[in-house]
Design a protein around this ligand. Structure first.
Ligand code: ZN
Ligand code: ZN
Ligand code: ZN
Ligand code: ZN
Length: 217
């Protein structure tokens, strides 16, 4: 049965009494792909029989043995089926190379363009792509550096020009200490501060929102 189906050279049988699981390894890189654990119904039945046998002692002791034997045959059968299922489950992750007939993982050992495994058709583009990738990273770094310098310059600029950088009405940029907006003529109010605690005050506020001091204009 197992001979009929061709698949990876190496695999691990992780099956236990409780269920079936297999791990297949890529013929080229050896990466393991594990199947879902398939619980064995038979194993559970056997455990139940064992428990009954344990409680009732010698009387039903033989029942457990029978269960054990029946399971062994049935287990083997289910195990074979599970093995075939496991191969079917993992087959999409593997490709068989038509040249060397190795089963390799699709993820890292298959040259899609050439239709051969990377052992037979080494991916020469990989080196170039890697070089390109690292250059891209450097470029990104350079860009972020420039951006940072820009940010610092902008910060310093806005700091020099003070908080009132734009007209509160039309948002036109204001330079220096102007009393009226050069664009819309709106009166630019000096930012008020509480004389008691120094907190910023709304121009219309009569009392400081921080300390409650009456505002003196
Ligand atoms: Zn591989
Ligand atoms: Zn090959
Ligand atoms: Zn304005
Ligand atoms: Zn205050």
């Amino acid at each position: 049965m197992a001979e009929k189906i061709q698949f990876t050279r190496n695999y691990s049988d992780l099956s236990t009494d409780k269920g079936y699981q297999f791990e297949f390894y890529c013929d080229r890189c050896g990466t393991g792909f594990r199947t879902r654990f398939k619980a064995s119904v038979l194993g559970a039945v056997s455990t139940a029989l064992d428990t009954v046998g344990g409680i009732l002692g010698g009387i039903f002791g033989r029942a457990a043995d029978v269960g054990e034997k029946a399971r062994s045959v049935a287990w083997e059968k289910a195990h074979d089926e599970a093995f075939v299922e496991a191969m079917e489950e993992l087959r999409p992750d593997f490709v068989q190379c038509p040249r060397c007939s190795s089963w390799v993982c699709r993820k890292s050992c298959w040259n899609q363009k050439k239709g051969l495994c990377k052992e037979c058709a080494p991916d020469l583009g990989v080196e170039m792509a890697a070089a390109q990738a690292s250059r891209t990273v450097e470029e990104v770094w350079a860009h972020s550096k420039v951006a940072e310098e820009d940010r610092e310059m902008l910060q310093e600029k806005s700091w020099r020009e003070g908080v009132r950088a734009t007209c509160p009405k039309c948002e036109a940029p204001l330079s220096g200490k102007v009393k009226f907006c050069p664009e819309c003529g709106a009166r630019i109010q000096e930012k008020a501060h509480c004389t008691q605690c120094g907190a910023a005050l709304d121009p219309k506020a009569k009392f400081c929102p921080e300390c409650g001091a009456s505002r003196k204009t």
